[in-house]
Write a protein that binds this ligand. Structure first.
Ligand code: GLN
Length: 546
C-alpha cells in the first residue's frame, strides 16, 4: 500500500435497518455542504456485491448504470455525487466485492503473496483499505466513502471491518463514522419507533464501529424525546443525532434540510477542521424555482423499456428536471412503455406531449415502439431528443419512412437486414466478453456550424460520455443526408457519427452519446436545456401539430 496522505480526513457512511434509505443522496448532500464550506472533497462508493461492476446487470436489478468520464460503468449513486457536489467521479469512485476479489486473486496467481494463505482478513480487507486510500492526496481535504448495503448483511462484513481498521489506524479527529437509519412511523400505533435504529447501531457496535453521527430517515419529525432516546441507547451525544425527513418536492432539498441542522458544522468540528462560512443562496434559489415555476406545465414523454422502474432512467429524469429549472417551467414526465406504443399506437399514448425523449437501451424488446415514437415526433413536429438507442431508432425510422429503405434496421435487432443503417462498430467485432467492453467514457465530438446542437453548446468541440457497441453505418450517410438528415456531430476524424438532426423540424436532435450524465441542477446540460425550451415554446403549448 502506498503511504497515506497525512492530511486527508475520512468520512465513512453506513446504512441501517433497510436499504433504499437514500444513503447516496445523503452522502452527495454532505459532499456538497462540505465543498461549500471551502473544503476539497472526493467521494466514492463501495458495493458489497460480487459483480466486478454493475455494467452487466439488468436495470431491474440495479437501476441505471452510470458512466464516468474515464469509462467506468458504475453505481447510480455516483450520479448523485456528480450532480450535487459538482465533482467528477472516476473508476476510483466505485469498487465492488467482485473487483476487490479479482485483484486479490490475480495477485495470488502471480505469486505475490509469497506462499501465504490468502484470507479475507487481512488480504481482502487490506485491498478494501487500499481502495479507500486511493482518495487520499494533497489535493483532498475530505474523502467520503459510502458503504453499500445494510449493517447486518453478510457480504458487507469485510467492508465494515476494513473501515473499522482504517479509522483505528488514522485515529479520531481524522475519521468519522456516520450511520443512516430509519425511524419508521407505525400508523396503527400512531408512533415513531426508534428500536430498529438502536438495533442497527448495536450490530455496528458488535463489530467495533461506534457511529459518531446518527442521521435518521423519517416520515415525520422526531420529538426531543426521540432524539434523547436515540442518543442514550445508541451511545451517541444528543447533538450528533439528526433527522432527515422525507422531502416535499425534490431530492435537491436534502442538503438544505441537513444544513438547517448544521450537520456539516458538527462534522467539521469532529474532524477538527475550521468551520468556514457557507453560502447556499444559489441552492435556495434552485429550490424556489422548483417549487414555484412561473410557466405552464410542460409534459415530456420518456419512451423506454424499463419505465416501471424509476431508477432505470435516473440521470435522464434528473437532466430533464435541470432543463426545466433552467427554463422556469414545471416539468411533467409521461412515462411511456415502448411496447405500449407498439400495441396501442403512437397517437393513443403520445398525443398531447410537448416533447419526446427516447433514451438508451439494449435488446429488441420495445424497439419498434421507440421507432414509432421517433416517427410520431418527426411527423407531428414535436421536439425530440434521442439518446444512444434513441438516436439509432431515429435513424432507422428516417431510413424506413423517408429514404424508402423499408427493411432498415440495426444489426443488433435484425442481423440479416438488407439495410443495416445501424451496425456493430468495427472495434466490437472481435469482442466476446460482456463486461466493460463497450465503447465507454468520454470521447470528443466535433459539431457542425449552424446546427441546433452547435447553438445549444455554444461551441463546436465537445466531450461526451458513451456506452454503446453499435453506430450509424457510414455507408448510409449520403442516403440519409440527401433526404434531409444532417450529421450535426462526428468524431474529430469524422469516422463515427455522434449527432444527427432534422433542420426542417422545430427541434430534433439525436446523439450517440449520453448527455444526461453531465447535467447539473445549477447548470442544465445544453441539449436538455434547449430541448425543454423548444417543448415549452408558446408557454408549453408545444410545436405545431402537437
Ligand atoms: N444497444 C445500442 C448499442 O449498443 C445502444 C446502446 C445504448 O443506448 N446505450 O449501440
Amino acid at each position: 500500500m502506498r503511504r497515506r496522505n497525512e492530511s486527508t480526513k475520512h468520512i465513512f457512511i453506513t446504512g441501517g435497518v433497510v436499504s433504499s434509505l437514500g444513503k447516496g443522496l445523503t452522502a452527495a448532500s454532505l459532499a456538497l455542504l462540505l465543498k461549500r464550506r471551502g473544503y476539497r472533497v472526493k467521494i466514492q462508493k463501495l458495493d458489497p456485491y460480487l459483480n466486478v461492476d454493475p455494467g452487466t446487470m439488468s436495470p431491474y436489478q440495479h437501476g441505471e448504470v452510470y458512466v464516468t468520464d474515464d469509462g467506468a460503468e458504475t453505481d447510480l449513486d455516483l450520479g448523485h455525487y456528480e450532480r450535487f457536489a459538482d465533482v467528477t467521479c472516476s473508476r476510483e469512485s466505485n469498487y465492488t466485492t467482485g473487483r476487490i476479489y479479482s485483484t486479490v486473486i490475480a495477485r495470488e496467481r502471480h505469486g505475490e503473496y509469497l506462499g501465504k494463505t490468502v484470507q479475507v482478513i487481512p488480504h481482502i480487507t487490506d485491498e478494501i483499505k487500499a481502495a479507500i486510500q486511493v482518495l487520499d492526496g494533497p489535493d483532498v481535504d475530505i474523502a467520503i466513502t459510502e458503504i453499500g448495503g445494510t449493517a447486518g448483511d453478510i457480504e458487507s462484513l469485510p467492508f465494515l471491518e476494513a473501515i473499522r481498521q482504517y479509522r483505528h489506524e488514522i485515529g479520531r479527529g481524522m475519521g468519522l463514522f456516520i450511520h443512516l437509519t430509519l425511524v419508521p412511523y407505525i400508523r396503527a400505533a400512531g408512533e415513531l419507533k426508534t428500536k430498529p435504529s438502536q438495533q442497527s447501531v448495536g450490530i455496528l457496535r458488535a463489530i467495533g464501529i461506534i457511529p459518531d453521527i446518527l442521521i435518521c430517515r423519517c416520515e415525520r419529525s422526531l420529538s426531543e424525546d426521540h432524539f434523547e432516546k436515540l442518543a442514550l441507547f445508541c451511545n451517541i451525544e444528543r447533538e450528533f443525532v439528526f433527522e432527515e425527513k422525507d422531502v416535499a418536492h425534490s431530492i435537491y432539498e436534502v442538503p438544505l434540510d441537513l444544513a438547517k441542522q448544521d450537520v456539516d458544522k458538527y462534522i467539521l468540528e469532529q474532524l477538527e477542521l475550521h468551520v468556514r462560512d457557507i453560502d447556499l443562496a444559489d441552492w435556495h434559489d434552485l429550490i424556489r424555482r422548483l417549487r414555484e415555476p412561473t410557466l405552464q406545465p410542460v409534459e415530456i414523454a420518456v419512451v423506454g423499456k424499463y419505465i416501471s422502474l424509476k431508477d432505470a432512467y435516473k440521470s435522464i429524469y434528473e437532466a430533464l428536471q435541470h432543463g426545466a429549472i433552467a427554463n422556469d417551467v414545471n416539468l411533467n414526465i409521461r412515462q411511456v412503455e415502448a411496447e405500449d406504443v407498439q400495441a396501442k399506437g403512437a397517437e393513443a399514448v403520445l398525443s398531447g406531449v410537448r416533447g419526446i425523449l427516447v433514451p438508451g437501451g439494449f435488446g429488441d424488446r420495445g424497439v419498434e415502439g421507440k421507432i414509432l415514437a421517433a416517427q410520431f415526433a418527426r411527423e407531428k413536429r414535436i421536439p425530440y431528443l434521442g439518446i444512444c438507442l434513441g438516436m439509432q431508432c431515429a435513424v432507422i425510422e428516417f431510413a424506413r419512412h423517408v429514404c424508402g429503405l423499408s427493411d432498415a434496421n440495426s444489426t443488433e435487432f435484425n442481423p440479416s437486414t438488407s439495410a443495416p443503417v445501424i451496425d456493430l462498430m468495427a472495434t466490437q467485432r472481435a469482442v466476446t466478453d460482456k463486461g466493460a467492453t463497450m465503447r465507454l467514457g468520454a470521447y470528443p465530438c466535433q459539431l457542425k456550424k449552424g446546427t441546433q446542437s452547435a447553438a445549444a453548446y455554444g461551441k463546436l468541440r465537445i466531450d461526451e460520455r458513451h456506452r454503446h457497441r453499435y453506430e450509424l453505418n457510414n455507408t448510409y450517410r449520403d442516403a440519409l443526408g440527401q433526404k434531409g438528415m444532417v450529421i450535426a456531430g462526428a468524431s474529430p476524424d469524422d469516422r463515427l457519427v455522434e449527432v444527427v438532426e432534422l433542420p426542417d423540424h422545430p427541434w430534433f436532435v439525436a446523439c450517440q452519446f449520453h448527455p444526461e450524465f453531465k447535467s447539473r441542477p445549477l447548470a442544465a446540460h445544453p441539449l436538455f436545456r434547449d430541448f425543454i425550451k423548444a417543448a415549452a415554446k408558446d408557454g408549453g403549448k408545444g410545436a405545431a401539430g402537437a
